[in-house]
Design a binder for this molecule. Structure first.
Ligand code: NAD
Ligand code: DAU
Length: 358
Protein backbone atom coordinates (compact mmCIF):
# COMPACT_ATOMS: atom_id res chain seq x y z
CA UNK A 1 0.00 0.00 0.00
CA UNK A 2 1.65 3.28 -1.05
CA UNK A 3 1.15 6.43 1.01
CA UNK A 4 -1.07 9.08 -0.52
CA UNK A 5 -0.09 11.72 2.04
CA UNK A 6 3.23 12.45 3.75
CA UNK A 7 2.88 14.69 6.79
CA UNK A 8 5.67 17.21 7.28
CA UNK A 9 4.56 18.93 10.48
CA UNK A 10 2.15 17.13 12.79
CA UNK A 11 0.13 18.53 15.68
CA UNK A 12 -0.60 15.73 18.15
CA UNK A 13 -3.09 16.58 20.88
CA UNK A 14 -3.09 14.67 24.17
CA UNK A 15 0.40 13.35 23.51
CA UNK A 16 1.25 13.05 27.20
CA UNK A 17 -1.52 10.51 27.76
CA UNK A 18 -1.43 6.74 27.32
CA UNK A 19 -2.07 6.31 23.60
CA UNK A 20 -0.77 9.73 22.53
CA UNK A 21 2.64 9.13 24.13
CA UNK A 22 2.92 5.66 22.62
CA UNK A 23 1.96 7.14 19.25
CA UNK A 24 4.65 9.85 19.52
CA UNK A 25 7.23 7.22 20.47
CA UNK A 26 6.22 5.11 17.46
CA UNK A 27 6.08 8.08 15.09
CA UNK A 28 9.41 9.71 16.00
CA UNK A 29 11.24 6.39 15.99
CA UNK A 30 9.84 5.63 12.55
CA UNK A 31 10.12 9.12 11.02
CA UNK A 32 12.97 10.81 12.90
CA UNK A 33 13.27 14.52 12.24
CA UNK A 34 9.61 15.05 11.32
CA UNK A 35 8.29 18.17 13.04
CA UNK A 36 5.88 17.12 15.80
CA UNK A 37 4.17 19.47 18.25
CA UNK A 38 2.50 17.91 21.27
CA UNK A 39 -0.34 20.05 22.66
CA UNK A 40 -1.47 18.77 26.05
CA UNK A 41 -2.98 20.54 29.06
CA UNK A 42 -1.63 17.85 31.44
CA UNK A 43 -4.73 16.73 33.29
CA UNK A 44 -4.32 13.94 35.85
CA UNK A 45 -3.90 11.61 32.81
CA UNK A 46 -1.13 13.62 31.18
CA UNK A 47 2.37 12.65 32.25
CA UNK A 48 5.47 14.00 30.52
CA UNK A 49 7.50 11.13 31.90
CA UNK A 50 5.67 8.94 29.39
CA UNK A 51 7.81 10.67 26.75
CA UNK A 52 11.18 10.27 28.42
CA UNK A 53 13.76 9.55 25.76
CA UNK A 54 11.76 10.78 22.77
CA UNK A 55 11.32 14.32 24.08
CA UNK A 56 14.91 15.21 23.18
CA UNK A 57 14.52 14.29 19.51
CA UNK A 58 15.00 17.10 17.00
CA UNK A 59 11.64 18.25 15.66
CA UNK A 60 9.73 17.47 18.86
CA UNK A 61 8.15 20.35 20.74
CA UNK A 62 5.80 20.40 23.73
CA UNK A 63 3.16 23.06 24.35
CA UNK A 64 1.15 23.00 27.54
CA UNK A 65 -2.31 24.21 26.62
CA UNK A 66 -5.99 23.57 26.09
CA UNK A 67 -7.51 22.27 22.86
CA UNK A 68 -10.46 24.58 23.61
CA UNK A 69 -8.15 27.62 23.28
CA UNK A 70 -8.72 28.67 19.65
CA UNK A 71 -6.06 31.40 19.63
CA UNK A 72 -3.41 29.02 20.91
CA UNK A 73 -4.38 26.32 18.40
CA UNK A 74 -4.35 28.87 15.54
CA UNK A 75 -0.91 30.13 16.54
CA UNK A 76 0.58 26.61 16.60
CA UNK A 77 -0.97 25.71 13.24
CA UNK A 78 0.47 28.80 11.60
CA UNK A 79 3.85 28.93 13.39
CA UNK A 80 4.62 25.25 12.78
CA UNK A 81 3.03 25.16 9.30
CA UNK A 82 1.08 22.13 10.51
CA UNK A 83 -0.28 19.91 7.75
CA UNK A 84 -1.72 17.11 9.92
CA UNK A 85 -3.64 17.11 13.19
CA UNK A 86 -3.87 13.82 15.09
CA UNK A 87 -6.43 14.42 17.82
CA UNK A 88 -6.08 12.16 20.87
CA UNK A 89 -6.79 14.70 23.63
CA UNK A 90 -9.86 13.74 25.61
CA UNK A 91 -11.28 12.81 28.93
CA UNK A 92 -11.14 9.07 28.45
CA UNK A 93 -12.44 7.20 31.51
CA UNK A 94 -16.05 5.99 31.51
CA UNK A 95 -16.40 5.82 35.31
CA UNK A 96 -15.25 9.44 35.67
CA UNK A 97 -17.80 10.49 33.04
CA UNK A 98 -20.57 8.96 35.11
CA UNK A 99 -19.46 10.96 38.17
CA UNK A 100 -18.92 14.25 36.28
CA UNK A 101 -20.02 14.49 32.64
CA UNK A 102 -19.47 18.24 32.10
CA UNK A 103 -15.72 18.22 31.51
CA UNK A 104 -16.24 15.40 29.00
CA UNK A 105 -18.54 17.60 26.93
CA UNK A 106 -16.18 20.54 27.17
CA UNK A 107 -12.98 18.70 26.24
CA UNK A 108 -14.30 16.03 23.91
CA UNK A 109 -17.04 17.95 22.06
CA UNK A 110 -16.08 21.63 22.30
CA UNK A 111 -12.35 20.84 22.11
CA UNK A 112 -12.87 18.89 18.88
CA UNK A 113 -15.00 21.66 17.38
CA UNK A 114 -12.38 24.32 18.20
CA UNK A 115 -9.62 22.19 16.66
CA UNK A 116 -11.74 21.50 13.59
CA UNK A 117 -12.59 25.16 13.11
CA UNK A 118 -9.05 26.47 13.54
CA UNK A 119 -7.71 23.68 11.31
CA UNK A 120 -10.32 24.44 8.65
CA UNK A 121 -9.37 28.13 8.62
CA UNK A 122 -5.69 27.18 8.37
CA UNK A 123 -6.49 24.78 5.48
CA UNK A 124 -8.60 27.39 3.64
CA UNK A 125 -5.75 29.90 3.92
CA UNK A 126 -3.63 27.52 1.83
CA UNK A 127 -0.71 27.94 4.22
CA UNK A 128 0.17 24.32 3.45
CA UNK A 129 -0.12 22.24 0.29
CA UNK A 130 -2.28 19.45 1.66
CA UNK A 131 -3.92 18.74 5.02
CA UNK A 132 -5.43 15.95 7.12
CA UNK A 133 -7.43 16.05 10.37
CA UNK A 134 -7.52 12.67 12.09
CA UNK A 135 -10.03 12.15 14.88
CA UNK A 136 -9.09 9.29 17.20
CA UNK A 137 -12.34 7.76 18.37
CA UNK A 138 -13.66 4.64 20.01
CA UNK A 139 -15.85 1.60 19.36
CA UNK A 140 -17.96 2.78 22.31
CA UNK A 141 -19.78 5.24 20.02
CA UNK A 142 -21.67 2.24 18.60
CA UNK A 143 -23.20 1.27 21.94
CA UNK A 144 -23.48 -2.33 23.08
CA UNK A 145 -23.69 -5.70 21.27
CA UNK A 146 -25.53 -8.87 22.22
CA UNK A 147 -23.76 -12.23 22.29
CA UNK A 148 -23.05 -12.17 18.51
CA UNK A 149 -22.29 -9.70 15.73
CA UNK A 150 -19.63 -7.06 15.16
CA UNK A 151 -19.58 -3.25 14.87
CA UNK A 152 -18.98 -2.16 11.28
CA UNK A 153 -18.35 1.42 10.14
CA UNK A 154 -22.03 1.68 9.17
CA UNK A 155 -23.40 0.55 12.54
CA UNK A 156 -25.53 3.47 13.81
CA UNK A 157 -24.07 5.52 16.66
CA UNK A 158 -25.82 4.59 19.93
CA UNK A 159 -23.56 5.78 22.74
CA UNK A 160 -24.63 4.84 26.28
CA UNK A 161 -22.26 6.63 28.67
CA UNK A 162 -21.52 10.35 28.96
CA UNK A 163 -17.97 9.53 27.77
CA UNK A 164 -19.11 7.68 24.65
CA UNK A 165 -21.83 10.27 23.96
CA UNK A 166 -19.19 13.01 23.99
CA UNK A 167 -16.99 10.98 21.61
CA UNK A 168 -19.99 10.35 19.32
CA UNK A 169 -20.75 14.09 19.37
CA UNK A 170 -17.16 14.77 18.30
CA UNK A 171 -17.37 12.17 15.52
CA UNK A 172 -20.56 13.82 14.21
CA UNK A 173 -18.80 17.19 14.15
CA UNK A 174 -15.97 15.61 12.17
CA UNK A 175 -18.54 14.24 9.72
CA UNK A 176 -20.24 17.65 9.53
CA UNK A 177 -16.96 19.41 8.70
CA UNK A 178 -16.41 16.94 5.87
CA UNK A 179 -19.95 17.22 4.51
CA UNK A 180 -20.33 20.98 4.95
CA UNK A 181 -16.89 22.31 4.10
CA UNK A 182 -15.25 19.41 2.24
CA UNK A 183 -12.59 19.47 4.99
CA UNK A 184 -10.18 16.48 4.68
CA UNK A 185 -11.05 14.49 7.80
CA UNK A 186 -10.26 10.95 8.87
CA UNK A 187 -11.91 9.07 11.72
CA UNK A 188 -10.64 5.94 13.49
CA UNK A 189 -12.76 3.96 15.98
CA UNK A 190 -10.70 1.59 18.07
CA UNK A 191 -11.41 -1.03 20.70
CA UNK A 192 -9.79 -1.29 24.17
CA UNK A 193 -6.06 -0.59 24.19
CA UNK A 194 -3.53 -2.08 26.58
CA UNK A 195 0.23 -1.68 26.94
CA UNK A 196 2.83 0.46 28.72
CA UNK A 197 2.09 3.89 30.27
CA UNK A 198 -1.64 3.24 30.79
CA UNK A 199 -3.00 5.08 33.82
CA UNK A 200 -3.83 2.55 36.55
CA UNK A 201 -7.53 3.42 36.62
CA UNK A 202 -8.22 1.26 33.53
CA UNK A 203 -8.92 -2.46 33.94
CA UNK A 204 -5.58 -4.08 33.07
CA UNK A 205 -3.12 -1.72 34.82
CA UNK A 206 -5.45 -1.42 37.82
CA UNK A 207 -5.51 -5.21 38.22
CA UNK A 208 -1.70 -5.45 37.83
CA UNK A 209 -1.22 -2.69 40.39
CA UNK A 210 -3.64 -4.18 42.92
CA UNK A 211 -2.23 -7.69 42.56
CA UNK A 212 1.29 -6.45 43.24
CA UNK A 213 -0.04 -4.54 46.28
CA UNK A 214 -2.17 -7.56 47.34
CA UNK A 215 -5.31 -5.40 47.26
CA UNK A 216 -8.85 -6.51 46.22
CA UNK A 217 -9.53 -6.75 42.47
CA UNK A 218 -12.91 -5.06 41.83
CA UNK A 219 -14.81 -6.82 39.04
CA UNK A 220 -18.01 -5.03 38.04
CA UNK A 221 -21.31 -6.95 37.99
CA UNK A 222 -21.02 -10.60 36.95
CA UNK A 223 -17.67 -10.08 35.19
CA UNK A 224 -19.08 -11.41 31.92
CA UNK A 225 -18.94 -8.14 29.95
CA UNK A 226 -16.79 -8.56 26.85
CA UNK A 227 -14.15 -6.22 25.43
CA UNK A 228 -11.87 -6.53 22.40
CA UNK A 229 -8.23 -5.81 23.30
CA UNK A 230 -5.56 -4.33 21.03
CA UNK A 231 -1.94 -3.53 21.85
CA UNK A 232 -1.34 0.22 21.86
CA UNK A 233 1.51 -0.09 19.35
CA UNK A 234 -0.82 -1.79 16.88
CA UNK A 235 -3.25 1.09 17.42
CA UNK A 236 -0.45 3.62 16.89
CA UNK A 237 0.50 1.93 13.62
CA UNK A 238 -3.15 1.92 12.56
CA UNK A 239 -3.48 5.67 13.20
CA UNK A 240 -0.31 6.33 11.20
CA UNK A 241 -1.55 4.10 8.36
CA UNK A 242 -4.88 5.91 8.18
CA UNK A 243 -3.15 9.30 8.29
CA UNK A 244 -0.95 8.42 5.31
CA UNK A 245 -3.23 6.23 3.23
CA UNK A 246 -6.81 6.73 4.43
CA UNK A 247 -9.45 8.15 2.11
CA UNK A 248 -10.40 11.69 3.23
CA UNK A 249 -13.86 11.51 4.77
CA UNK A 250 -13.21 7.87 5.69
CA UNK A 251 -14.16 6.12 8.92
CA UNK A 252 -12.00 3.14 9.94
CA UNK A 253 -12.74 0.59 12.65
CA UNK A 254 -9.60 -0.67 14.40
CA UNK A 255 -9.67 -3.82 16.53
CA UNK A 256 -7.70 -6.81 17.73
CA UNK A 257 -10.11 -9.63 16.89
CA UNK A 258 -9.40 -10.55 20.50
CA UNK A 259 -12.53 -10.75 22.65
CA UNK A 260 -12.26 -11.47 26.36
CA UNK A 261 -14.76 -11.63 29.21
CA UNK A 262 -13.54 -9.33 31.97
CA UNK A 263 -13.32 -12.12 34.54
CA UNK A 264 -11.21 -14.24 32.20
CA UNK A 265 -8.76 -11.43 31.60
CA UNK A 266 -8.52 -10.71 35.34
CA UNK A 267 -7.88 -14.40 36.06
CA UNK A 268 -5.22 -14.51 33.34
CA UNK A 269 -3.41 -11.50 34.80
CA UNK A 270 -3.66 -13.13 38.26
CA UNK A 271 -2.08 -16.35 37.01
CA UNK A 272 0.72 -14.64 35.07
CA UNK A 273 1.57 -12.62 38.15
CA UNK A 274 1.45 -15.65 40.48
CA UNK A 275 4.33 -17.04 38.45
CA UNK A 276 6.28 -13.78 38.29
CA UNK A 277 5.84 -12.94 41.99
CA UNK A 278 6.64 -16.50 43.09
CA UNK A 279 3.24 -16.87 44.72
CA UNK A 280 1.48 -20.24 45.00
CA UNK A 281 -0.77 -20.85 41.96
CA UNK A 282 -4.27 -19.46 42.66
CA UNK A 283 -3.13 -16.92 45.28
CA UNK A 284 -3.96 -13.85 43.22
CA UNK A 285 -7.37 -15.13 42.09
CA UNK A 286 -8.45 -15.05 45.73
CA UNK A 287 -8.20 -11.22 45.54
CA UNK A 288 -11.06 -11.06 43.00
CA UNK A 289 -14.03 -9.18 44.49
CA UNK A 290 -17.30 -8.80 42.60
CA UNK A 291 -18.64 -5.28 43.14
CA UNK A 292 -21.73 -3.28 42.15
CA UNK A 293 -22.04 -2.96 38.37
CA UNK A 294 -21.13 0.20 36.42
CA UNK A 295 -24.40 2.04 35.57
CA UNK A 296 -25.28 1.59 31.88
CA UNK A 297 -22.44 -0.93 31.56
CA UNK A 298 -22.14 -1.93 27.87
CA UNK A 299 -22.29 -5.72 27.64
CA UNK A 300 -20.11 -6.46 24.67
CA UNK A 301 -17.89 -4.68 22.15
CA UNK A 302 -16.48 -6.42 19.06
CA UNK A 303 -15.03 -4.82 15.98
CA UNK A 304 -15.11 -5.70 12.32
CA UNK A 305 -11.77 -4.21 11.18
CA UNK A 306 -11.92 -5.69 7.67
CA UNK A 307 -11.82 -2.25 5.99
CA UNK A 308 -8.44 -1.57 7.60
CA UNK A 309 -7.15 -4.87 6.25
CA UNK A 310 -8.74 -4.74 2.79
CA UNK A 311 -8.17 -1.04 1.98
CA UNK A 312 -5.01 -0.23 3.91
CA UNK A 313 -3.28 -3.57 4.52
CA UNK A 314 -3.22 -3.07 8.31
CA UNK A 315 -3.68 -5.89 10.80
CA UNK A 316 -2.58 -6.41 14.38
CA UNK A 317 0.96 -7.70 14.80
CA UNK A 318 0.93 -8.56 18.52
CA UNK A 319 -0.53 -11.84 19.70
CA UNK A 320 -2.36 -11.27 22.97
CA UNK A 321 -0.12 -13.84 24.64
CA UNK A 322 2.95 -11.76 23.82
CA UNK A 323 1.31 -8.37 24.42
CA UNK A 324 -0.11 -9.12 27.86
CA UNK A 325 3.12 -10.78 29.04
CA UNK A 326 5.20 -7.80 27.88
CA UNK A 327 2.74 -5.38 29.48
CA UNK A 328 2.88 -7.13 32.85
CA UNK A 329 6.68 -7.22 32.65
CA UNK A 330 6.75 -3.51 31.77
CA UNK A 331 4.72 -2.63 34.89
CA UNK A 332 6.94 -4.84 37.05
CA UNK A 333 10.06 -3.17 35.63
CA UNK A 334 8.60 0.34 35.97
CA UNK A 335 7.34 0.39 39.54
CA UNK A 336 8.89 3.84 39.96
CA UNK A 337 6.58 5.15 37.19
CA UNK A 338 3.62 3.51 38.94
CA UNK A 339 4.64 4.98 42.31
CA UNK A 340 4.89 8.45 40.83
CA UNK A 341 1.52 8.15 39.15
CA UNK A 342 -0.27 6.77 42.18
CA UNK A 343 1.34 9.24 44.61
CA UNK A 344 0.85 12.24 42.32
CA UNK A 345 4.60 12.95 42.24
CA UNK A 346 4.54 13.07 38.43
CA UNK A 347 2.51 16.27 38.54
CA UNK A 348 5.52 18.53 39.13
CA UNK A 349 7.59 17.06 36.28
CA UNK A 350 6.46 19.81 33.92
CA UNK A 351 7.67 22.57 36.24
CA UNK A 352 10.96 20.72 36.77
CA UNK A 353 11.50 20.25 33.05
CA UNK A 354 10.16 23.45 31.62
CA UNK A 355 9.96 25.81 34.59
CA UNK A 356 6.63 27.05 33.20
CA UNK A 357 8.26 28.12 29.91
CA UNK A 358 6.84 25.58 27.39
P1 NAD B 1 -5.65 9.43 28.40
O1 NAD B 1 -6.72 9.80 29.35
O2 NAD B 1 -4.56 8.52 28.83
O3 NAD B 1 -4.93 10.75 27.84
C1 NAD B 1 -5.65 11.90 27.45
C2 NAD B 1 -4.65 13.04 27.28
O4 NAD B 1 -5.38 14.20 26.84
C3 NAD B 1 -3.93 13.43 28.58
O5 NAD B 1 -2.55 13.59 28.32
C4 NAD B 1 -4.57 14.76 28.96
O6 NAD B 1 -3.72 15.62 29.68
C5 NAD B 1 -4.93 15.33 27.59
N1 NAD B 1 -6.01 16.32 27.64
C6 NAD B 1 -7.19 16.21 28.30
N2 NAD B 1 -7.91 17.36 28.17
C7 NAD B 1 -7.18 18.19 27.38
C8 NAD B 1 -7.39 19.50 26.88
N3 NAD B 1 -8.51 20.20 27.18
N4 NAD B 1 -6.43 20.08 26.11
C9 NAD B 1 -5.28 19.38 25.82
N5 NAD B 1 -5.04 18.13 26.30
C10 NAD B 1 -5.96 17.54 27.06
O7 NAD B 1 -6.41 8.85 27.12
P2 NAD B 1 -6.01 7.63 26.17
O8 NAD B 1 -6.49 6.38 26.78
O9 NAD B 1 -4.62 7.78 25.76
O10 NAD B 1 -6.97 7.94 24.91
C11 NAD B 1 -6.54 8.82 23.89
C12 NAD B 1 -7.66 8.93 22.85
O11 NAD B 1 -7.95 7.66 22.30
C13 NAD B 1 -8.96 9.47 23.42
O12 NAD B 1 -9.53 10.35 22.46
C14 NAD B 1 -9.83 8.23 23.59
O13 NAD B 1 -11.19 8.55 23.46
C15 NAD B 1 -9.34 7.38 22.45
N6 NAD B 1 -9.45 5.91 22.64
C16 NAD B 1 -8.94 5.34 23.78
C17 NAD B 1 -8.99 3.96 23.91
C18 NAD B 1 -8.42 3.25 25.13
O14 NAD B 1 -8.57 2.04 25.25
N7 NAD B 1 -7.74 3.93 26.03
C19 NAD B 1 -9.56 3.18 22.89
C20 NAD B 1 -10.07 3.83 21.76
C21 NAD B 1 -10.00 5.18 21.64
O1 DAU C 1 -13.55 0.45 23.92
C1 DAU C 1 -12.68 1.53 23.91
C2 DAU C 1 -12.71 2.23 25.24
O2 DAU C 1 -12.04 1.37 26.17
C3 DAU C 1 -12.07 3.61 25.23
O3 DAU C 1 -12.81 4.45 24.38
C4 DAU C 1 -12.01 4.20 26.64
O4 DAU C 1 -11.30 5.43 26.61
C5 DAU C 1 -11.28 3.23 27.54
O5 DAU C 1 -11.29 3.71 28.87
C6 DAU C 1 -11.95 1.84 27.49
O6 DAU C 1 -13.26 1.90 28.10
P1 DAU C 1 -13.79 0.70 29.03
O7 DAU C 1 -14.86 1.21 29.89
O8 DAU C 1 -14.07 -0.52 28.22
O9 DAU C 1 -12.42 0.42 29.85
P2 DAU C 1 -12.16 0.13 31.41
O10 DAU C 1 -10.72 -0.27 31.52
O11 DAU C 1 -12.66 1.21 32.28
O12 DAU C 1 -13.05 -1.16 31.67
C7 DAU C 1 -12.91 -2.34 30.91
C8 DAU C 1 -13.96 -3.33 31.38
O13 DAU C 1 -13.63 -3.74 32.72
C9 DAU C 1 -15.35 -2.73 31.49
O14 DAU C 1 -16.31 -3.73 31.13
C10 DAU C 1 -15.51 -2.36 32.95
C11 DAU C 1 -14.67 -3.40 33.64
N1 DAU C 1 -14.00 -2.97 34.89
C12 DAU C 1 -13.24 -1.84 34.86
C13 DAU C 1 -12.57 -1.39 35.97
C14 DAU C 1 -11.76 -0.12 35.94
C15 DAU C 1 -14.09 -3.72 36.05
O15 DAU C 1 -14.77 -4.78 36.06
N2 DAU C 1 -13.44 -3.30 37.16
C16 DAU C 1 -12.68 -2.16 37.19
O16 DAU C 1 -12.12 -1.80 38.26
Amino acid sequence: MSDSFTPRSVLVTGGAGFIGSNFIRYFLERYPGTRLTNLDILTYAGNLRNLKGVDSQPGYCFVRGDVCDGDLVASILSREKVDAVVHFAAESHVDRSILGPEVFVRTNVLGTQVLLEESRKHWVSKAVEDFRFLQVSTDEVYGSLGPSGLFTESTPLAANSPYSASKAGADLLVRAYRETYGFPTLNTRCSNNYGPYQFPEKLIPLMIHNIIAEKPLPVYGDGLNVRDWLHVMDHSRAVDTVLRSGQPGGVYNVGGNNEWKNIDIVNLVCDLLDARLARVAGTNRSLVTFVKDRPGHDRRYAIDASRMRADLGWEPSYTFERGIAETIDWYLANQEWVREVTSGAYRDYYEKMYGGRA
